[in-house]
Design a protein around this ligand. Structure first.
Ligand code: HEC
Length: 164
């Protein structure tokens, strides 16, 4: 009760930062990362990607990425857009700082459910399950695409950046 009142007064007094251009505190980072990790251990699918690794699925994943993700996670040249620069937490520019090493079930879960306390949206309502796995397939193989998907990927343009 006292703790609750203290927290309430603290928030009322503006002690909880409300801006998006600061750096997250260690406590905030720890709480967010720990709850994400435990949720992933419990909920992320454990098996392999149910879709075959072929050009059609990779290209479908690239097109979905261009339409839904490049605005925050960047295109193949890895230049953050104006939106990416202003978002709290920073969205990783996936071409440089990708998720190729993560289990596909983990990436699938993040794309389907989003990441709380960050700008990472949940796409599970907007996209079909098959599309979520196509995105996952592309992210898993982004650094080693076969020639045809690689051409499609190179043609994806960055969104507005500070120099354009
Ligand atoms: C509005 C901005 C925004 C959009 C659009 C967005 N994301 Fe994210 N995404 C983020 C942010 C911010 C993070 C980092 C969250 C964190 O710090 O844990 C993130 C994290 C991720 C991660 C985890 C990265 C890692 O290193 O663990 C994956 C995977 C991901 N996004 C995939 C996608 C995909 C696929 C799409 C499109 C279908 C997408 N995101 C669209 C903002 C966005």
């Amino acid at each position: 009760m006292v703790l609750g009142l203290g927290a309430y007064l603290g928030v009322e007094a503006g002690m909880l930062p409300a801006n998006a251009d600061g750096k997250p505190s260690r406590l905030e980072r720890w709480a967010a990362r720990t709850s994400l990790r435990t949720t992933l251990e419990r909920e992320a699918p454990k098996g392999p990607n149910p879709l075959p690794l072929d050009d059609a699925n990779l290209i479908a994943g690239i097109k979905l990425y261009a339409a839904n993700c490049a605005i925050c996670h960047g295109a193949s040249e890895g230049k953050p857009s104006n939106i990416a620069l202003g978002v709290y937490q920073k969205p990783p520019q996936l071409v440089k700082d990708g998720v190729e090493d993560d289990p596909e079930g983990v990436t699938y879960w993040k794309v389907a459910h989003g990441i709380r306390f960050t700008a990472m949206p949940a796409f599970g309502k907007a996209l079909e399950d098959r599309q979520l796995w196509q995105l996952t397939l592309f992210l898993k193989h982004m650094d080693g695409l076969p020639p045809a998907p690689q051409r499609v990927w190179k043609a994806v343009k960055s969104e507005a950046t500070s120099s354009s």
